[in-house]
Design a protein around this ligand. Sequence first.
Ligand SMILES: [Zn+2]
Length: 551
Amino acid sequence: MKTSLIALTMLAATGLLPFGPAVADTLIDNANGVQVDQSGKLQRFSGLVIGDDGKVRQLLVKGQERPAATVRIDAGGKTLLPGLIDAHGHVMGLGFAALQLDLTGTTSLADLQGRLQAYATANSGSGWIQGRGWNQESWADKRFPIAADLDAVVSDRPVWLGRVDGHAAIANSAAMKSAGISAATESPAGGRIENGLFVDAAMALVEGKIPRPTPAMFDAALAKAQQLMLSTGLTAAADMGTSAEDWAAMNRAGRAGTLRARILSYAGGIPAMKAINGGKPSGWLYADRLHLGGVKLYADGALGSRGAWLKAPYHDKPDTRGLRFLTDAELGAQAEEAASGGYQLAIHAIGDAANAQVIGAFEGLNRRHKGNRRWRIEHLQIADPADLRRLKPAGIIASMQPTHQTSDRTMAEARLDPPRLKGAYAWRTIERMGVRLAFGSDFPVESPNPFPGLAAAVSRQDPSGQPPGGWRLEERVSFATALNGFTRGAAYAGFAEGKIGSLEPGKWADFILVDRDVARVNPQALAATRVLETWVAGKKVYASANALPAR
Ligand SMILES: [Zn+2]
């Protein structure tokens, strides 16, 4: 069938098509189609007709007559889903992280040196080599590496390798020289320098001297991020905190035709908002591949580092309530500036005090800005149940990341006493209140792979099935709700529901084929789902080695 598609394309190009343009329609047939309908229920279908404009023409159920004059592709009974959408990720961060030298799981210093050597050979040049993930605790001698260990492998260009926890890094001599560090350099307060090992506050001495990535590096990172997204079934993602440089890279890709995934961009703060696109939302660009419509702000930090701003002290550190980033007046002023510029707002709030503050800010905006503004709270991890009741009346969308719950579970139990866990990662409670959920991963903080996210959402368990029975199981959601969060809900949260998020006539034919019936398998199997093919705008943009047999 592939050949006939190519043949038809060639005929079309030469103007020799024997029929009208409708002949270029493609029918994906014999599929186990699953999506969420407008009412939030699972809908099954077996055929998808795609026009030559890359949009859905028709959805077909079993037994329904197939249109004539289409190129038929047999999906072999494989499960077909709308392209998944990550409602909260960091596109360039994902790409840059993936381009670095990965040192997780190194078993010895020699192993680290071997990987460094291979990376330096594969990435020739004179620029900095950056890596991360080593952990000397898992090496036999547990000795911290020193600069000379790296010099033995790479001495002609700077090398900077972070420890797995991000609290230490090792530099080679070239890196220290570039950063102006000598034996005479004293350790700063809150940090330590030892033979090229930089701990905590000392790390900034080197990190501040690493040159900004070049535009070519941004382009490479964007290409890598898209590859990772498409191979895990994501056809679109909200980019939460786009910088002016990120935006430039995305537009270069758009103009070059290499923007394959769709990016819903949120400027990273008010200065970025002003620096991007002349301080105006961009509208949809490059056949709906890129859209800047919002601004991302922060109300607090994260729970792990006790930066989440709480109403009461931390259970495991009673002298702190975390970090309040902005006063109510400051947050209100920034939100007002973005809102009056026509932007959507997406505000990071993790602790219950931060969530209360952000809800208050949105309630304030609602007094001045009418219409469907779709204010978003990002993460909404710990909330006072009394505040959750304010979400729906204020028209706030809950943008949440199911895999944060499974990753954070034991840490959250340490940070918070049981009463406060009532409003923690409270997906089902929020759904019951009639609040719209949008799901994502916060990649690269978590893997971009949405399937462990879907599994966490329905089970409150990690991919290995922990904890048995699920953590606070009453907050799990149905599979339909989980899928909705990664499709229609994420699209709605980005003002994109008219274009993506479901396979319906007039919307883009963004879809994936996967190796199992995700609506019927158990959570562990759901988490392990493999993507066979990914299609964007009716074109195949990714095929795994296990893709459908040649047709
Ligand atoms: Zn984030």
